[in-house]
Write a protein that binds this ligand. Sequence first.
Ligand code: FAD
Length: 487
Amino acid sequence: MDPMNFVIGGSFLTHIERHQTSPPSVVVIGGGISGIAAARALSNASFNVILLESRNRIGGRVHTDYSFGCPVDMGASWLHGVCNENSLAPLIRHLGLRLYRTSDDNSVLYDHDLESYSLFDKNGHQVPQQLVIEVGQIFERILKETVKIRDEHIDDMSILQAISIVLDRHPELRQEGLAYEVLQWYICRMEAWFAADVDTISLKNWDQEHVLSGGHGLMVQGYYPLINALAKDLDIRLNHRVTKIVQHSNKVIVTVADGTSFIANAAIITVPLGVLQANLIDFEPSLPEWKLSAISDIGVGNENKIALRFDTVFWPNVEVLGIVAQTSYACGYFLNLHKATGYPVLVYMVAGRFAYSIEKLSDEEAAKFAMSELKKMLPHATEPVDYLVSHWGTDPNTLGSYSCDLVGKPADLYERLRAPVDNLYFAGEATSLDHSGSVHGAYSSGILAAEECQRHLSVQHGFSDVLNLVLREEMTEVMVPFQISRI
Ligand SMILES: Cc1cc2nc3c(=O)[nH]c(=O)nc-3n(C[C@H](O)[C@H](O)[C@H](O)COP(=O)(O)OP(=O)(O)OC[C@H]3O[C@@H](n4cnc5c(N)ncnc54)[C@H](O)[C@@H]3O)c2cc1C
């Protein structure tokens, strides 16, 4: 790549003199999967690309930690939709990455089969498996009934409100005692999917997502191999926090925290929605009103993980260990990584308000809290030898886990968030129309932004590339099947 296309320190003239003969230049902001995918695609198309990333690592909300001596994903860990239609399928198959399928259900609620749970009450008594399955089925019926409520009401409402209307109409679906606590646990799992509390999830939109087929597969080796493969040989500048973006006569001037500026023909902005909402980047001229309202109106949820590594495995050989309680807030669950990866690791997962509460604790306190929950189920649990705690809600590089639909918001928000503003292109999970909140949705959004940017700049610059724009074309040639365990 010719670094002279990006003029550092503001010598604008140098750039203007050169651009007639050089390939177009693009600054990609954010080194998560969407930014890396965009940079990869444009780089493959012979564009000059620099990627600016605020952290000292790439991956963003894909963050595989290796400090336990084994891969532990503190951000995304599932491939939602183990099928060839998944935009990540060619790459995953090509790299031979293993998947552990936790469910072959295509619904957004059950990324684990009902049989794979072990639930306990707060006194450490195991909930009979039959009850777990029965209440799971009742929960599905309740949710089906909420569709009728949606059809009857013009105005949106929360899924919690709809559930309470259903239970008023169908007293036979109401649960009591232990069964009630199990129902709360299913609501807790629903909150985990949306990273939001059930009183904020939109009835109109919660099931409108286009869920891919093939069920849900855990990335056994973690998500990083995929990130690293995509990022190979790209010009990535770590510790470059963008603070200002100026659009000036067909150019974009991007300034980072230390005052250095990068000039290019276009920019692709992939920072998380939480970062845009917090106005951590100054736009000049200011973004148009239709874009600003899309930024402010899409919800941002929160989800955190507390990973505990043990010397030995003392817990049952199930995928999920859950604790039931009187409210969904007080329910909890651990993902048993040992089942999928063979490593003695449990991951406690929390969402919504609870995820923010956890971030108020020190990491040590958070790990102690997770242990106290574990000991309610398994009183003889041994102490962990190590722990990791995520802080997605307060980390200034993210400010939330992923986008979610709030009650009563218009449906075109994602399209507006995605739409370019002249030579500023937007990508990232929250701009994905069909697969927001996911790794594959973020990846596709990066490719889409790169394609649009390439088309626009190629016309403007009379630049015709001869190379493939996208990696997927190269890789679909290689017909390696998915490597899946527990089919
Ligand atoms: C706890 C958790 C669990 C999840 N589980 C799953 C799952 O199992 N499966 C799934 O499909 N999805 C899951 N997701 C969602 C998935 O991780 C995201 O949708 C996806 O990784 C987002 O990618 P992105 O490129 O849009 O954003 P990001 O990965 O957040 O990338 C944006 C990048 O911008 C950088 N940045 C921020 N501010 C600046 C700035 N000012 N200047 C320069 N760079 C900046 C950030 O550091 C970051 O690297 C999960 C997310 C979380 C948090």
